[in-house]
Design a protein around this ligand. Structure first.
Ligand code: PRP
Length: 210
């Protein structure tokens, strides 16, 4: 049988994941000196580095058995993978934000909202019974209200610095976010003991680190 394959989200969560595996006692040498390699061995397992949305795709389709990804990506993907563990790091939140001291909800004109997370934004405004035009942006969403493209944004806020330094503020918080462990449903049945052992080690290490 092939090694258990763990997909990690490249970037911000990657470093925290390596710290987590080191806390378990796994040898992360290959991960730390990976260069441009994308699949790395780690204690008899295989670690795969991918973009957040792709982590979900690989796990859902069984190309990877387990993945670590932000709750933001899981909600936006409407993922059917099993969410097994909240690792407690990568904490931030979804929020509606807009220019400081402007009442986003005032008046009856059409609201335009820019976001990297159209599903999350649509759901939020549907729950409010508001008809809003949503424009998908790929990055630095804060630019959209500054350039007059949108009245507000739905985005991730971590420290709040990006909003503050661009004259924006939170209008309403939507959902807390943190890093989650997801597993493939079929793999959870076929290799339950192996996955559960790995999950309990990760849970223990995340509690110690957290
Ligand atoms: C995220 C998010 C905000 C920023 C929030 O962007 O979209 O822009 O971080 O962090 P803060 O509250 O600590 O300032 P990211 O850095 O992932 O880049 P991107 O917008 O270019 O995708």
């Amino acid at each position: 049988m092939r090694p258990i394959r763990i997909a990690l989200t490249k970037g911000r969560l990657e470093k925290r994941c390596v710290e987590l595996f080191e806390a378990i006692g796994f040898d992360c040498g290959q991960l730390l000196s990976k260069g441009r390699r994308l699949i790395l061995p780690m204690n008899g397992h295989e670690v795969v580095l991918a973009k957040a949305a792709d982590v979900i795709t690989y796990v859902e389709n069984g190309a990877c058995d387990m993945g670590v990804v932000g709750k933001d990506t899981i909600v936006e993907a409407d993922s059917g993978a099993y969410e097994m563990l909240d690792l407690g790091f990568g904490k931030c939140r979804f929020a509606l934000a807009g220019p400081k001291d402007v009442d986003f909800f005032a008046g009856y004109h059409e609201r335009v909202v820019a976001t990297k997370y159209p599903r999350v934004a649509r759901r939020f405004f549907e729950q409010k019974g508001m008809d809003v035009r949503i424009i998908k942006i790929e990055g630095s969403v804060e630019l959209a209200p500054l350039l007059g493209l949108a009245h507000g944004i739905v985005d991730i806020v971590e420290t709040g610095a990006t909003l503050r330094e661009n004259g924006l503020e939170i209008i309403e918080e939507i959902l807390p976010i943190s890093a989650r462990v997801i597993v493939n449903k079929a793999c959870m049945k076929l290799r339950q003991a192996e996955l559960e052992q790995l999950l309990s080690l990760m849970q223990l290490a995340s509690r110690v680190a957290g």
